[in-house]
Ligand binder design. Structure first.
Ligand code: SF4
Length: 217
């Protein structure tokens, strides 16, 4: 039996994304945006959906929000080539409207397969849409990104044990200095968790227990 390595698996998924017509968004896209990055990435960043620039170039996070993401990565000693960057939806919703439930349901098998191919140690969700999606995968109701951002949670998702770290979407912080400060603080925490080999501190374990109890309640 021929087995594919991580890079081949990711390229196979990207090819399927580019040919996908599962939801109506294929009709209005210029380019599908499968996602890109290091097949051996330890950290997987998930945004919402391509915007105008991403749709033009077929690459994730290449507009103003992408520049901010690159700066935030640099601030913790990483480049975009070190991590993997993807989105919940692979095609741009017209006028950047929110993804519909049906689009998320139809598109996210691609994201799940990317996560399984890479097997990251940490998943950073950027904004409410990707956070809501990952919370749904671990059976936790999602209410607000501001309630959960900036804290790492250890979860089992798709059969993998990972640290799930919700934070804000860089687009939300572009013109809002308060949110930008929060995002910068969150990235410092991402570095701390990574520097510890993706294990949680005692305080974070307590929070994690609270999170798990809340899930069972
Ligand atoms: S958004 Fe996803 S499901 Fe819809 S056409 Fe694009 S790749 Fe396919």
């Amino acid at each position: 039996m021929v087995t594919m390595d991580k890079a081949e698996l990711l390229e196979q998924i990207a090819k399927e994304v580019r040919e996908c017509r599962k939801c109506e968004l294929w009709k209005t896209r210029r380019n599908a945006v499968p996602g890109e990055g290091n097949p051996n990435a330890e950290i997987f960043f998930i945004g919402e959906a391509p915007g105008e620039q991403e749709d033009k170039q077929g690459r994730p996070f290449v507009g103003a929000a992408g520049k901010l993401l690159e700066k935030l990565l640099e601030s913790i000693g990483l480049m975009r080539e070190d991590v993997f960057i993807g989105n919940v939806l692979k095609c741009r919703p017209p006028h950047n409207r929110d993804p519909t439930e049906e689009e998320v349901e139809l598109c996210t098998p691609f994201l799940d397969r990317q996560i399984l191919a890479i097997r990251p140690k940490m998943i950073v969700t950027l904004g409410r849409h990707s956070t809501r999606y990952m919370f749904s995968k671990v059976g936790v109701p999602f209410s607000s990104i501001m309630r959960v951002r900036g804290e790492p949670f250890e979860v089992d998702v798709l059969g993998l044990r990972v640290v799930l770290f919700p934070t804000l979407h860089p687009a939300a912080a572009l013109y809002n200095p308060r949110l930008r400060t929060l995002l910068e603080e969150d990235f410092k925490k991402i570095k701390k968790v990574a520097d510890r080999g993706f294990s949680l501190s005692r305080r974070e374990v307590k929070l994690d227990e609270f999170f798990k109890r809340a899930r069972r309640a």
